[in-house]
Every structure is written in structure tokens, then in C-alpha cells.
Design a protein around this ligand. Structure first.
Ligand code: TTP
Ligand code: MG
Length: 422
């Protein structure tokens, strides 16, 4: 399809899969743009979207007005304020952002069923088999941009390329409101001097090790000895080398292809009806931990929480709640299950059965949330898992599961745990 006239594609070009037409879409300064649209008083002014404390923590994103002063995503609020003292601060409102993104992503299936939501404001589309219906991939990109602007007053940047790795690179080229296409014949020139960390998937740690080996650009990486990379990085050595060459065979995976699992849940019939709500919370946490662990083991995270309570008279109430983010750690699952539970509880009635479940699943680990709380939780959960994997499930558990006999310790732990301060 894109073979240059009279030239056979090289092996590398073949491997790059130049037949595919992949789009990567990324909303510009997403949280900040949504806030600007919601509040016209913010328009044209530098703004930072921040966590709820409003006085500390990091800038989740800054609009392009504020970026002119050197403010970057992830910068501490203190540093950002030093650079741009007159910026306006807006607290993040995740459900507003995910609602908007959801509607935008839903529209994309107009052009192909192969749409993969990659993060809160990014998606891939595989247009290989469908673009000719609209003319060219650029035409589709322009239509999407126009629709998003007319429907939400938001701009986005789109990259078009033969694979996901390169499409992501391309969408970053002309931000904001950009459209950039990388053709197979241009790949080598683009990668030659590209700082290696600009390839999606190469984070600070890998960059550090690569730099130590004298690899600074994607071009360096693509030409580096695979044997040495394999020695240094294990099996990902080959993946790294291919990334340096712009090769990526990964398919665009729509949500229905993410696996059979649609939900995971655990329920428990209590040995005898329980009146004490703190004891009930302990069971709820135990169930939440079990669900979280199952999700993590299968590398899922989910966005919808379900809780069911059956009382001693067999009245059974279930409720679900959609979250603005994905979870797979016991603490978050517990917090939301507890909230749902409190909403449906009949405090006078003893409880017979409890159930906690998570649905709306997707493969884990795609979000890059900076909320410190999430980061800490992620680390803690990982540490729990590695010890549990080694020594058996629930060797390590939150304090109030560990002391089931001691109501005082249990209720103190529950207070701390429930308030997110442990
Ligand atoms: P990004 O697409 O990385 O950033 P952005 O949309 O703000 O800016 P750009 O124009 O460069 O695309 O992330 C999307 C949103 O996700 C962003 O608005 C805020 C949030 N976010 C975090 O909460 N933590 C993070 O570490 C990052 C990178 C983003
Ligand atoms: Mg973005």
C-alpha cells in the first residue's frame, strides 16, 4: 500500500508493518481545557489543575498559557507557583474529565470498531481496513478534530503512523491542536536523533541504564547489539532494540478483546448474623482485599464497584457505583464498598451475607495518575503482593484484619484505614 515506487520494502520496513494505519489521539492539556470550557472566567489565563488539598502536592496539568512559564505536569505546586505566581488553581474533578473522554471515545467507533482507550485522554484507532471509505486517514483525523471542537470546544492532537509506538510519537509532534503523520520512509530520519526517553515505554530508570551504556537516541538503541541488550535487560532487550528501530507489532485492542473477565467478586455468608457494623466492615475489607488480589493477579483494574448485603430476614440489597478512575487495590475497593454499604444499610438488622465486586475491567497499569495518594497506594500494594506471593495469601494484611479479637485496635485501625491516613 505504501511501498515506494520501484522499491521493495526493506526487511525493517516490513517489520514495522507499514501496511497498518494507526491513529493516536491525545487531548491537549486535558483537565485544564475541560475546566476552561466549564468556566469562561478562566479562559486565556494561566491555570493549574491540582489535587484537592489545593495548597500542596503536584500540578496534575497546566494549560498552555501556564506552560509558557515553564510549568510542567508533575511539578510541585510550590515550584510551579514560583514560575507563574499569578496562575489560577482549580481542583481536579475526575468525573467531569472521564465523562467527557468517554463521549469522545464512543464517537470514534464511527470510523472503526478497533478503538483502544489508552489513558484518560488518549486512544488508538486502527483504520487500516476502513480509512478508504472516508478518503484518507488525514481526512478522518480532521473530522474527529472538528467534531470534538464543535461538541466540546476542546482541541486534541492526532498522530498517524504505521504502528502504535510511532503514532504516539507523532501525536506529540505538533501539540497543541496538531496533526502529524509519520510515513514508513521517514522513520529512520525521525528516530535518528530522538532522545530515547521520548519512546513510549522508556521511563526514567531504563533511560538511566541506556544512557550509562552510551545509548542516548532511539537511533543509538536501534543499532545497538541485541546480545548486549539481552544481557543487560533480559527478554525486554529485544523489545527495546525494536523500539529503537520503530518496530511495534502490538495490535489496537478494543475493550471487548481485553479478556473474558467482565467482573470479579467475592461473597461470604457470615458464620452467624452480625449486628456490629465494625465487624461487618472487617468482613467487607477482607472481601475487598480478596477481590483486589484477584484483579491484580490477573492484571486487571475496574471502574465499577458492587456491594450486596443480605440481612437476617433475607432482605437483600445490591448497589453499584461508577468511579472516575480504575482501582485494583483492597483499600480503594474497601473505601467505596463501605460507602455503598452505608448507603444501603438497615442499621437495626443483623447482617447475614456480604459481597464485594468490581466490573468495568480493563488491563491494569495504563494510567499515569500523579495523585500522591495513588502512587503511595500502588507501592504499598506491590509490597504486599510480593510478600504474599512468597509466603501465602494474607500473610500481610491491614491492621484490623490482623487483630480480629481486639476490638479497640481494630476500630482504631479502621478509623485510620478508612480515612486514608495509615
Ligand atoms: P496528558 O495527556 O499526559 O497531559 P495533558 O493532556 O494535560 O497535556 P498534553 O497537551 O501534553 O497532552 O495527561 C492527560 C491528563 O491526565 C492531564 O490533563 C492530567 C492527568 N495526568 C495526571 O493526573 N498525572 C500524570 O502524571 C499525567 C501525565 C497526567
Ligand atoms: Mg493529553
Amino acid at each position: 500500500m505504501m511501498i515506494r515506487k520501484g522499491l521493495q520494502p526493506t526487511l525493517q520496513e516490513k517489520e514495522r508493518g507499514q501496511e497498518r494505519i494507526i491513529l493516536h489521539l491525545d487531548l491537549d492539556a486535558f483537565f485544564a481545557q475541560v475546566e476552561e470550557v466549564a468556566n469562561p472566567l478562566l479562559q486565556g489565563k494561566p491555570i493549574f489543575v491540582v489535587g484537592h488539598s489545593m495548597t500542596s502536592g503536584v500540578v496534575l496539568t497546566a494549560n498552555y498559557e501556564a506552560r509558557k512559564y515553564g510549568v510542567k505536569t508533575g511539578m510541585s505546586l510550590r515550584d510551579a507557583k514560583n514560575l507563574c505566581p499569578f496562575a489560577l488553581l482549580v481542583p481536579a474533578d475526575c468525573s467531569k474529565y472521564s465523562d467527557t473522554a468517554e463521549q469522545i471515545f464512543a464517537y470514534l467507533v464511527t470510523y472503526t470498531p478497533l478503538v483502544e482507550v489508552f489513558s484518560i485522554d488518549e486512544a488508538f484507532m486502527d483504520l487500516t481496513d476502513t480509512y478508504s471509505f472516508w478518503g484518507t486517514p488525514e481526512r478522518i483525523a480532521q473530522r474527529v478534530k472538528r467534531w470534538v471542537l464543535e461538541s466540546f470546544h476542546l482541541t486534541l492532537s492526532i498522530g498517524i503512523a504505521p504502528n502504535k509506538l510511532l503514532a504516539k510519537l507523532a501525536s506529540d509532534r505538533n501539540k497543541p491542536n496538531g496533526l502529524f503523520r509519520i510515513r514508513p520512509s521517514e522513520v529512520d530520519a525521525i528516530l535518528k536523533d530522538l532522545p530515547v526517553q521520548e519512546l513510549c515505554g522508556i521511563g526514567e530508570r531504563i533511560k538511566f541504564h541506556l544512557n550509562q551504556m552510551g545509548i542516548f537516541t532511539a537511533g543509538d538503541l536501534g543499532q545497538f547489539s541485541e546480545t548486549v541488550l539481552l544481557e543487560r535487560f533480559g527478554i525486554i532487550g529485544s523489545v527495546l532494540k525494536r523500539m529503537g528501530q520503530g518496530i511495534d507489532h502490538s495490535p489496537v485492542l478494543p475493550a471487548d478483546h481485553w479478556g473474558e473477565a467482565k467482573s470479579m467478586s467475592h461473597s461470604y455468608t457470615l458464620p452467624r448474623p452480625v449486628q456490629n457494623r465494625e465487624t461487618a466492615f472487617r468482613y467487607l475489607l477482607w472481601l475487598a482485599e480478596k477481590v483486589g488480589r484477584r484483579l491484580r493477579r490477573r492484571h486487571y483494574e475496574g471502574q465499577t464497584l458492587h456491594t450486596t448485603v443480605r440481612f437476617s430476614d433475607f432482605e437483600t440489597i445490591s448497589k453499584q457505583k461508577n468511579l472516575p478512575f480504575f482501582v485494583n487495590d483492597g483499600k480503594s475497593i474497601f473505601e467505596h464498598a463501605k460507602r455503598i454499604f452505608t448507603g444501603i444499610d438497615r442499621p437495626r438488622k443483623p447482617i447475614r451475607l456480604l459481597s464485594v465486586g468490581v466490573s468495568g475491567l480493563r488491563p491494569a497499569g495504563r494510567e499515569k495518575w500523579l495523585f500522591e495518594e495513588f502512587k503511595k497506594r500502588g507501592r504499598l500494594t506491590k509490597a504486599f503482593d510480593s510478600i504474599n506471593d512468597k509466603y501465602g495469601e494474607f500473610t500481610l494484611r491491614p491492621a484490623f484484619l490482623a487483630f480480629p479479637g481486639d476490638e479497640k485496635i481494630a476500630s482504631r485501625a479502621l478509623q485510620l484505614f478508612g480515612s486514608g491516613r495509615h
